[in-house]
Design a protein around this ligand. Structure first.
Ligand code: C2E
Ligand code: MG
Ligand code: MG
Ligand code: MG
Length: 286
């Protein structure tokens, strides 16, 4: 109501503009949150699956599960927009649980169709907020057991923001996830503000080099220098690496030559709906 009052009081000028925008943003956020809550409760979210390739052998090693949501007006919202709303509202906890369960169920269904281990892992993103508010190892274990999937078939992608908040707690959580057999990946590596010392202390298996360093890398000396440094750091620490956002053959070849382990990007495939992802895998493992 305050915003309306300001709008009525001033017929023109910056104040009106500012307050109207702030109000619109708040209202937009509120409606996204309301619709998102309904979507999570009613099971209207889906997951898409993007293949991740071994750059050396050219084989698919895993699929990253990525949340997708189309609202009631038929507009597909980007996770870059709705995941922050889910985090601020706490909805990330049920959403994240659902994503973990759904990804495990999908992998179990693929195994059944393949008549055994379908040959890939599934990677699930975990938000820092989820790690603070949910009992993650218990949640992950329950999802795996319900689906009948071994922990060794799962990669969990965390971001540096998860570490900044409570290093001791995250360390215990990560140890418990390792005990389940999961692979632990640091997502968007290089974009956070954390102290690199965590790499020594935490049981991280894999660094995912953020797309912002990969795209345009061939024409940018600074980006290449950063990518090389990350690759040699990972090698020295015994970690594997995934390059995100590979869109050209030249990039794939260069990254393979530099010793990057895995790659993911539109060159290989966009995130695919479940049935397409399985068909894609079956066609390439035949
Ligand atoms: P992310 O985990 O870093 O996932 C990779 C993102 O890069 C995906 O965006 C993917 O579609 C995009 N991508 C992959 N290859 C290319 C490429 O070659 N070119 C370009 N331009 N983009 C590429 P998406 O699906 O929009 O997801 C954005 C972010 O939203 C994810 O980034 C992740 O941080 C978050 N997210 C998505 N699903 C979930 C979820 O279930 N839980 C949580 N906590 N976060 C999620
Ligand atoms: Mg990810
Ligand atoms: Mg990433
Ligand atoms: Mg990213």
């Amino acid at each position: 109501h305050a915003q309306f009052a300001v709008k009525r009081a001033k017929t023109s000028g910056r104040t009106e503009l500012y307050h109207t925008r702030a109000f619109d943003i708040a209202r937009e956020q509120f409606s996204v949150e309301t619709e998102l809550r309904r979507a999570v409760e009613n099971g209207e979210m889906t997951l898409s699956y993007q293949p991740i390739w071994d750059l050396g052998s050219g084989r698919i090693v895993s699929f990253e599960a990525l949340a997708r949501w189309t609202n009631e007006r038929g507009v597909a919202l980007s996770p870059n927009d709705f995941i922050p709303v889910a985090e601020e509202s706490g909805l990330i906890v049920p959403l994240g649980r659902w994503a973990m369960e759904e990804a495990a169920r999908t992998l179990a269904a693929w195994d059944r169709r393949a008549g055994g281990d379908c040959g890939v892992k599934v990677a699930v993103n975990l938000s820092a907020i989820q790690l603070q508010r949910d009992r993650i190892p218990e949640m992950v274990q329950a999802a795996l057991e319900q689906a009948g999937i071994a922990g060794s078939r799962l990669t969990l992608e965390l971001t540096e923001s998860a570490i900044v908040s409570d290093p001791d707690r995250i360390s215990r959580t990560m140890m418990a996830l390792k005990d389940l057999g999961a692979t632990l990946a640091m997502d968007d590596f290089g974009t956070g503000y954390s102290n690199l010392a965590y790499l020594q202390k935490l049981p991280i298996d894999l660094l995912k080099i953020d797309r912002s360093f990969i795209s345009g890398m061939l024409a940018d000396r600074d980006k290449i220098a950063i990518v090389r440094a990350v690759l040699s750091l990972a090698q020295a620490l015994g970690m594997q690496t995934t390059a995100e956002g590979i869109e050209t053959n030249e990039l794939a070849q260069t990254l393979a030559a530099l010793g990057c382990t895995y790659g993911q990007g539109y060159l290989y495939a966009r995130p695919l709906v479940e049935a397409e992802a399985y068909a894609f895998l079956a066609a390439r493992s035949a």
